[in-house]
Ligand binder design. Structure first.
Ligand SMILES: Nc1nc2c(ncn2[C@@H]2O[C@H](COP(=O)(O)OP(=O)(O)OP(=O)(O)O)[C@@H](O)[C@H]2O)c(=O)[nH]1
Ligand SMILES: [Mg+2]
Length: 468
């Protein structure tokens, strides 16, 4: 049996938004004006080309008092009364939409009744709830607290508890993967026949999520391989301006890395079914900073502890010629090491060029100037953190939400988090080995390090998606 669930409720309360988020489908029509949904539409959830569960979007109740009065006059089994009710509504002009919304239920769908918990309970709501109770179908109530106002919640819960045995808080704009799973699991308890089938649905969705996580880890590892290995050269012809050639080469290198990153991020995004809308990052995201900007490296580059641990392993990964001991004078220099621009400005020109060369891996030999493979492991951490930020945004962006207006996080808190700060010394060693063997991709050592790095990335990704 294919589980089918109709999402019903009062107009404009967020039925379509809840459905969109639950089904991860951004093609569901959502609008600030009541009456957006006028006919039922099915939204199948497909995994591996198989339909797993189907949600049906329905128009809102228009005349619950009349529908309830009619229902109370009907006789027969619950199936018969429901059929008679749909027939009556469908043939009565003012009840046509009420008839439309009841059709999927008459065809065997379970019900999710969506209410907006941010406003008081009214008489029409009681009529709607009563209709649903009298239909006697497997049902669940979802409180979509649109304005996150808790004043009326207790009252809503009381009223719902009389008619529903499962009540969930679920915010169409904020719900995370864990909350979606929680709701689907709870659907299994609304009816014995649904228990087994919902357990299978949940298992399949969890497996699919795990696949997305490991795919994302693989995408990030490939991005790191390609970026860290990237090598560009230019000829220094007779009388060439060395400084200018160097700047042009650096610009070309930066552009190329950025292109690789964009491609990787697009692959990450493609897994999360954000198909229709151009999901711009929020205006306050650290990802708007350029990859090689001072701010990026300051927030997303190596921490002092990581620097010390990596320096202890050998130091080579930090950049040729960087004397770890001499850098123990405070954070200024740690920052300097991670920074191409700003903080390096405090150093003399020669010294600055040396650092820059060391970080980017710039070499001049004879008439040729070469940049890359990356001179410092800092780039590995910056790209990893940026990818993790991007992942967090994609994985947590509820499909029912269509703008960035609300919920601006405090800037320091979640927009510039450094997700690799908690990597253990053993994990830093893995990153170190990966980096040190980057130009020997076929070697056993690199392959082993790459596999372990992916496992570390899976852990970081899992932490991010379950902490949200
Ligand atoms: N802030 C906030 N707005 C929400 C939430 N859920 C829905 N909305 C907004 O409420 C409005 C109505 O949402 P819809 O999902 O279209 O509501 P509906 O119940 O399907 O409406 P009809 O189809 O007209 O019956 C839209 O502007 C949504 O963006 C929420 O959780 N938070
Ligand atoms: Mg709708």
């Amino acid at each position: 049996m294919l589980p089918e669930i109709a999402i019903v409720g009062h107009p404009n309360e967020g039925k379509s938004s809840v459905l969109s988020t639950l089904a991860e489908d951004d093609s569901v029509r959502v609008s600030p004006y009541p009456g957006e949904t006028t006919v039922c539409r099915s939204f199948p959830v497909m995994i591996d080309n198989r339909e797993l569960i189907r949600f049906v979007d329905t128009p809102g109740f228009q005349n619950p008092a009349k529908v309830l009065a009619t229902l109370k006059t009907l006789e027969g089994s619950s199936e018969e009364r429901l059929r008679k009710l749909v027939d009556y509504c469908s043939s009565t002009e003012e009840l046509a939409e009420d008839g439309e919304l009841l059709k999927p239920v008459a065809q065997g769908a379970a019900l999710i009744y969506v209410v907006n918990g941010a406003r008081p309970v009214r008489a029409v709501d009681r009529d709607e709830m009563e209709i649903i109770r009298l239909l006697g179908k497997p049902r669940m109530a979802v409180i979509n607290n649109k304005r996150e106002d808790s004043r009326y919640l207790a009252h809503w819960k009381d009223e719902l508890a009389i008619r529903f045995n499962s009540i969930r808080l679920f915010n169409a704009h904020r719900a995370t993967y864990a909350e979606r799973i929680g709701l689907l699991e709870a659907l299994g308890s609304i009816d014995q026949d649904w228990q087994q089938i919902m357990a299978e649905v949940v298992t399949t969705i969890k497996k699919d999520w795990d696949n997305r996580t490991s795919n994302t880890a693989h995408i990030i590892a490939s991005l790191l391989t390609e970026s860290l290995r990237l090598k560009l050269s230019a000829q220094l012809g007779k009388g060439a301006d060395e400084q200018r050639t160097r700047e042009e080469l650096t610009a070309a290198y930066t552009k190329k890395i950025s292109g690789l990153e964009n491609k990787a991020h697009a692959h990450i995004r493609a897994q999360f079914h954000h198909n229709l809308f151009d999901y711009q990052l929020p205006p306050y995201s650290i990802l708007h900073e350029e990859i090689f900007s001072e701010k990026t490296w300051q927030f997303l580059g190596l921490s002092k502890r990581q620097f010390m641990v990596l320096g202890g392993i050998g130091g080579g990964a930090l950049g040729a010629g960087v004397d770890v001991a001499a850098l123990g004078h405070g954070l200024g220099l740690f920052t300097a090491l991670g920074t191409i621009g700003g903080a390096l400005g405090a150093l003399g020109t020669r010294k600055r060029l040396d650092y820059q060369s060391s970080l980017l891996g710039i070499r001049i030999s004879g008439p040729q100037i070469t940049i890359g493979p990356a001179g410092s492991i800092g780039l590995l951490f910056v790209l990893t953190n940026r990818a993790l930020h991007f992942y967090k945004h994609m994985a947590n962006w509820a499909h029912g939400r269509r703008d960035h207006e609300e919920a601006r996080p405090a800037l320091e808190e979640s927009t510039s988090a450094n997700y690799t700060r908690d990597w253990s010394a053993a994990e830093l060693k893995i990153a170190h080995d990966f980096f040190q063997t980057i130009d020997r991709p076929e070697s056993d050592k690199h392959q082993t390090a790459a596999a372990k790095l992916e496992a570390t990335l899976i852990e970081s990704l899992t932490k991010i998606s379950s902490a949200a």
